[in-house]
Structures are given as C-alpha cells and as structure tokens.
Design a binder for this molecule. Structure first.
Ligand SMILES: Cc1cc2nc3c(=O)[nH]c(=O)nc-3n(C[C@H](O)[C@H](O)[C@H](O)COP(=O)(O)OP(=O)(O)OC[C@H]3O[C@@H](n4cnc5c(N)ncnc54)[C@H](O)[C@@H]3O)c2cc1C
Length: 366
C-alpha cells in the first residue's frame, strides 16, 4: 500500500516548522512532523495515518548533535540513534556510557542511521530504549510551540502508549539528560528483527563505602502504558546490601508499581494524536496487523502480537477487550526477571567503578 496524497514542506528553522504547523491548523488541515520516518513512514504506507501535510524537520537548523557539559548531556531531537552509538565523546563514555550502549540495541543499522532520538520520544513506544532511559535519568525535554519554549520532565511528557504531552503545533527540539551514576544498566527481552522489545528494565546504583546501596534509580517498561520509575522499590533498596534476595524483593515491588500505575488523562488520546479517530476503524487496524478485531492481542503468541513493529503497537490497546490474565502474568514475571538482571548488572558495574571514583574524589580533595 502507498500513502494517501499529502502536502510537504521542509522548513529551515524550528520556528518555521512551528509556523507551518500553525498555518495548517488554522486552515483546518492535519499536519504531522516528519523526523527520521522510521515509525511514521510505515504508518503512512499502511494509511494508519493520513495527514494533509508533512512538515519535514530534516533540514531545520540546530536540532542535531550531542553536547556534554557540566550539567549533563544535551541531545538535539534530530540526532540519529547511530550518532550516539558511534560517539567518541570521552565525557559521554565516562559519565553516561549507557547511552551509546542503548543506541546499539535499537533495530538494525539503517534504522539507527535514520531514526532520531526525539522521534523515538515523540512516538512514545512504551518499550523504546530512549523512553525508558529518559524516565530513569529524569530527562528534561525542550518543546517549541506557538506559545514559545517550555521544558517538560520525561515522566510528564510520556503519558501513555503513543501519547505524549506535546500540544498541537509543538515540536520537540532537544533533550537534556543529567549525569547519573555511570553504573547504569539496561536489559531487555523480546527483541527480534524489526520489532521493539516486549519488556525492558533499567537500573542505576551507587554503592557507599560500606558496600551498601547509597542511591538507586529503577525504571520498568512493559507491564504499564509507559516506562515508569518504581519509587517504593527504590526506597526498599536504599541501605540494603546489593544481593539477590534484596533485588528479588525490589523487582516484585517494581513490577507491581509499574502494572498498577493508572493511565494519565491529561494528554491527547492516541487515536487523536494519530488522527485515526473517524478515519480508521479498529477492525481495519486489526486486519492490517493480523489480529482479530476486538481482541488484538489476547492469547496470541508474542510473534503474532507484533507482526509489524509500529502498526501492531498502534492497534494493540483496546480498552474494551477482556484482559488476558495469563499473558499479564507472563509479562510481569518477565519484567521481574529483567529488573533483577538490571540491578545485578548495575551493582557489578558500581563495584568496579567504586575504587576509581574514590581515587578521583581523593585527587580532587588533595
Ligand atoms: C525495523 C524497525 C525496528 C525498530 N526497532 C526499534 C527498537 O528496537 N527500539 C526503538 O526504540 N525503536 C525502534 N524502531 C523505531 C525507530 O527507532 C524510530 O526511529 C523511532 O521510533 C522514531 O524516530 P523517527 O525519527 O524515525 O521518527 P518519525 O518516524 O519521523 O516520527 C515518529 C512520530 O514522532 C513524531 N515526531 C518525530 N520527531 C518529532 C519532533 N522532533 N517533534 C515532534 N514530533 C515528532 C512524528 O510526527 C511521528 O508521529 C524501529 C523501527 C523500525 C522500522
């Protein structure tokens, strides 16, 4: 299938892009931003979205690049995944090595070369690597719109599956990731060519001089609508010895926290964001994705649940479909195992890094 006809503009600045979006809205036309096209173009081809106008950010100045400074790392929204994967910036590798590591986990090389950091966050797939790390590391997202610039914390930006806090006419311009414990680790499960993970977890531990957990960040993706921090599980780990029983207890709590988090009501619903409302019936989405209408994923093996990475993701949530308790239990068990592994991996890295950090602190003090 080919896309429905659409207009196309390629603004030279982010401001021009916002003006193009505003102009389209004023004329009653649906406009959509195009970045790397790795999620949007399959949706256009399947006519799951039918914008009147595409606003291509590809040539807009100032939206690319990775810059590390004293406060953290700033990543332009149009920065391709591959730029992070291949970055040789010593500060990035010293203070946030999880970023180049995570970039290498995204799709295949052509996807990483074309797909962008900001596009991944704006697309808001619950298991996308950048969404999970943005939540783990308390990223700050800079958004430009008709009313000017605003900064939105990652946890507020990601509202639900393919739902963000972007308002009509706004674009994401950059993301700031503050430095966290460099021992951060990300693990995921279910990655197959052309598909996003089924679940993922990320952890960042700091160990004190006594070997106990002095600081911890924990985020889980899969059981909930969005990747989420697990504050109660984090509190449980503080002061604990980094051992398997403590990790198991924290993992169980983290998964429960992620699964029971209520969906946010303050963002545009997915159907609205994707302009599918009256144009695309669920039956048609299900037909495209190979799932029976009304019960898109129930009981299907993992493969059938994700026949085409993003088309399936858009068709998947159906509030009227009866939940499948065994699938939910499987996903919870999987996510729990991933949390335990992420904690163990982060603890191992923290142990290796502890003497290095101690020596660095002593050198600064001397
Ligand atoms: C085969 C395949 C495998 C993949 N595997 C993975 C994976 O393992 N992990 C993963 O995370 N992703 C994966 N992806 C998705 C890929 O990473 C995309 O790059 C990403 O989801 C979207 O980025 P993009 O630049 O391509 O955005 P686009 O496809 O251009 O846009 C996606 C959406 O975001 C909006 N948008 C884009 N940029 C902006 C912006 N700056 N401001 C406002 N709105 C914006 C668009 O309007 C659109 O709605 C895969 C994709 C494919 C095709």
């Amino acid at each position: 299938m080919k896309p429905a006809p659409f207009g196309y503009v390629r603004p030279r600045t982010p401001e021009e892009a916002v003006a193009a979006l505003a102009g389209a809205a004023a004329a009653g036309r649906e406009a959509r931003v195009l970045a790397g096209g790795q999620s949007l173009i399959p949706l256009l081809n399947r006519r799951l979205v039918r914008p009147d106008l595409l606003v291509d950010l590809g040539r807009a100045a100032g939206l690319r690049g990775v810059r590390a400074d004293a406060r953290g790392v700033r990543i332009g929204a149009l920065t391709p995944h591959a730029a992070l994967e291949r970055s040789t910036d010593p500060v990035l590798h010293r203070d946030l090595p999880v970023l180049p590591e995570a970039a290498g986990l995204i799709g295949q090389l052509p996807v990483r070369v074309r797909g962008t950091f900001g596009g991944s966050l704006a697309h808001a797939d619950p298991c996308a690597e950048w969404c999970l790390l943005a939540v783990l590391l308390d990223a700050e997202l800079t958004v430009l719109g008709p009313a000017g610039t605003r900064v939105v914390p990652a946890a507020a930006f990601l509202c639900g599956r393919h739902r963000t806090a972007l308002r009509p006419g706004e674009i994401l311009t950059a993301v700031r990731l503050p430095y966290a414990e460099p021992a951060a680790a990300l693990v995921e499960y279910g990655v197959q060519p052309g598909r996003l993970p089924e679940a993922a977890a990320a952890a960042a531990l700091t160990l004190g001089a006594d070997g106990r957990v002095a600081a911890v960040r924990l985020a889980v993706a899969g059981p909930g609508e969005v990747p989420a921090r697990a504050p109660h599980a984090e509190a449980l780990l503080l002061g604990a010895r980094p051992a398997p029983d403590a990790f198991a207890a924290a993992a169980a709590l983290a998964v429960e926290e992620a699964a029971t988090r209520p969906p946010r009501a303050d963002c545009a619903p997915a159907a609205l964001r994707y302009g599918m409302g009256e144009r695309l019936g669920r039956a048609r989405a299900a037909a495209v994705c190979g799932a029976p209408a009304g019960s898109p994923a129930a009981g299907a093996p993992a493969d059938a649940r994700r026949p085409a990475a993003h088309a399936a993701d858009l068709a998947a949530p159906d509030p009227s479909a009866a939940p499948d308790p065994s699938a939910a239990a499987d996903l919870a068990a999987l996510a729990g195992a991933l949390v335990r592994r992420a904690l163990a991996r982060s603890a191992e890295r923290a142990r290796v890094l502890a003497p290095v950090r101690r020596r660095a602190a002593e050198a600064v003090a001397a």
